[in-house]
Write a protein that binds this ligand. Sequence first.
Ligand SMILES: Cc1ncc(COP(=O)(O)O)c(C=O)c1O
Length: 373
Amino acid sequence: MFAELERKIEQKRDEGIEVISLGIGDPDTPTFRYVVEAMREAVGDPSTHRYPSNRGRPEFRQAFADFYRWRFGVEIDAVDEVIPAIGAKECIYNLCFAFLDPGDVALASDPGYPVYTAGPALAGAEAELLPLVPALGFVPDLDAIPAEKLQRARLLFINYPNNPTGAVVPDGFFERVVELAREHEILVVHDNAYSETTFDGYVAPSFLATPGAKEVGVEVFSLSKGYNMTGWRCAAILGNAAAIKSYWRLKTNVDSGLFEAVQLAGAAALRGPRSEVEEMSSIYQGRRDLVIDALGAIGVEVEPPKGTIYVWAPVPEGHSSASFAELVLEEAAVVVSPGSMYGPSGEGFFRISLTTPDLQLTEAVSRMRAHLS
Ligand SMILES: Cc1ncc(COP(=O)(O)O)c(C=O)c1O
């Protein structure tokens, strides 16, 4: 399916047609200037030039502890409850190797970020898919997980605000997750990639603010999306000290840590003015409204998401995810992601990313209005 989409995109480009991609979730706006300045300074500091320690610089760990206190009301011990990760993707992948053996199960949202299933498979374990459906607000039905899978489950991946559905966590869900994890001795991994990108006054919580969460889980906090830093590979894992130690022990055999200049720039990002982060949310909110409006005009009704950089929408009657993505490409020369890319429960949906500059996004939605109404 994807090869066919790729072929059609190439063909259009060869015909001289400007194809606009609303596919990839990679912020189009540069990293905030104060972060770039902090990086310039850090690169000039010879203390950042040697092998980093996988434990991270004290400045990095303390910046995270302070950020978690003021932003989420969560106390983090800067000595043993936080270490750097080379992006959330690395962290999630390596957690699979630290915690899963053949025969073990990882519980993974479906649709979901692909590493939740690829990581367990590469580690020789199994991913058990937990469907996210609109009727349940895109949270998994924890009571529907087969007992046999729960018995073998070692990891549970969750992610709110959620990619690809844009859903935010409903009241009480994190509490249920803590109960389940306690009962079945599962390590919860909350992938917090989007908490800083929220709309309409919504403020996203940390999983670690849930009573008991630190006993059963970790949170991976990435600076990629909220701080326009996808290329920098800057994230941290926070929470359960024993789990972080296992991850650290694995990492000392795999990589040699996060460039210390990036750690210092990441610390500066977290300590920086809040206005930049808020401005990004307001830009994405404007784009979200533009997209929702245009979708309404072509008969696709969507509840506006309260967070993330995505709009997740049902395909019109009579279409599959792939056939609708093909139609949009054919008629409007616009690329949307077929929902089935994110797992079988994504079938029947498509995803639009809001990380396209305003002018191009406006052009894309006006083409969709013109050719698909
Ligand atoms: C849910 C989720 N987790 C993690 C990532 C990757 O984050 P990082 O750039 O820190 O590896 C993404 C990127 O799209 C994502 O959507």
